[in-house]
Design a protein around this ligand. Structure first.
Ligand SMILES: Nc1ncnc2c1ncn2[C@@H]1O[C@H](COP(=O)(O)OP(=O)(O)OP(=O)(O)O)[C@@H](O)[C@H]1O
Length: 325
């Protein structure tokens, strides 16, 4: 089984295996664009235990251990082939959107680039340290926002001094304290949007070689999304590479100049944002416009005949659930 591999400093050691796959603006040094991530015919397969009879029970687990020599299927292991034969090269200074319908393999691919999942076949070469910022990034819910800023900062390799220096900026960027002193409350008291904002703010406090963002922008409100998009553009300027997984075509359009479209684990398209989104929107049945508000139905004019019928109709409050105090 192959695994994520660090690139050597000499790019010639691992020449770009698929130069034609790359488009868009690329950060470049005197010698040309500098590759930061190369995925070379990557397959990623999950193995799910306990799909046979007696699933989940201790006896089933014991049986599986004893019947090691049996085929995976017979011992109740099922394979999910999440990413199939995917190749691309990302360069410094690029912001790359990862799109695809649910279950198409976006998060899986991102985790593999971060080195958190092994690949079944192929190789992933990365230059520098990739950092995955997911909505489920591992901060501790029982700790205050403040403690989590330190925890997250330390986890990203920042020193205490650096975190202390940037602490106020992180809190201000997150907007957590806009509605009160929430930063001193445990994170479990935050709404999902607030928690995602704090995670993004912590991750964005550092300049990353390769920053992998999984849907974090979707949870913030519009003004936070704008700040985040501006920060992503800044990160790119500092010669990093940003990958953004999102179901919001608008976020992708505003932030990325190149898009990888995955479908059923396969790389369906790799190209400039507009081109790929155009095809994707045709595939999914149109751009992701905000849903129009349902128009209020014009009330029928009361007539003497209809009046009794109207009084029979359910009133507007029927079906509503009222929260008990
Ligand atoms: N831990 C896991 N164990 C087994 N299968 C998994 C696991 N995580 C994901 N999968 C499967 O891998 C495939 C790709 O999932 P993945 O989460 O990467 O898709 P995605 O494109 O990020 O989806 P979404 O847009 O819904 O977040 C799916 O078929 C999913 O069921």
């Amino acid at each position: 089984m192959a695994d994520t591999t660090s690139m050597t400093t000499n790019p010639n050691t691992h020449p770009n295996p698929h130069p034609a796959a790359t488009t868009g603006t690329t950060g470049s040094a005197a010698g040309g664009p500098i590759p930061t991530v190369i995925a070379d015919r990557v397959d990623i397969v999950y193995r799910v235990n306990g799909t046979g009879a007696g699933r989940g029970s201790a006896t089933a687990a014991l049986n599986r251990m004893l019947r090691r020599k049996q085929t995976e299927k017979a011992s109740g292991v099922r394979k999910v082939h999440a990413v199939r034969n995917v190749s691309f090269t990302a360069y410094r200074g690029e912001a790359i959107g990862l799109i695809g319908t649910n279950g198409s393999g976006k998060s899986t691919l991102l985790k593999a680039v971060a080195g958190l999942l092994p690949v079944e076949n192929g190789r992933i070469y990365t230059d520098g340290q990739p950092s995955l910022l997911g909505v489920n990034a591992a901060l501790m819910n029982d700790l205050t926002g403040e403690r989590n800023v330190y925890l997250g900062g330390l986890a990203m390799g920042m020193s205490r001094e650096q975190i202390k220096e940037r602490y106020q900026d992180i809190v201000d960027f997150s907007g957590i304290n806009e509605k009160g002193d929430f930063i001193t409350l445990p994170m479990r008291t935050y709404s999902s949007g607030m928690a995602a904002r704090l995670r993004f703010s912590i991750a964005a406090a550092k300049d990353h070689d390769v920053l992998l963002i999984d849907e974090a922008l979707a949870t913030g409100d519009r003004s936070f999304q704008k700040r985040s998009e501006a920060r992503i553009r800044e990160l790119r300027k500092h010669a990093g590479t940003v990958f953004l997984v999102s179901h919001s075509n608008k976020s992708i359009r505003d932030t990325c100049d190149r898009v990888l479209w995955l479908e059923r684990g396969e790389l369906r398209m790799d190209g400039p944002t507009d081109e790929v989104l155009k095809e994707y929107e045709t595939f999914t049945g149109g751009p992701d416009k905000p849903k129009p508000k349902p128009k209020a139905k014009p009330k029928p004019k009361p007539t003497p005949d209809s009046a009794p019928a109207q009084s029979q109709a359910p009133d507007s409050t029927s079906g509503r659930t009222t929260a008990s105090p």
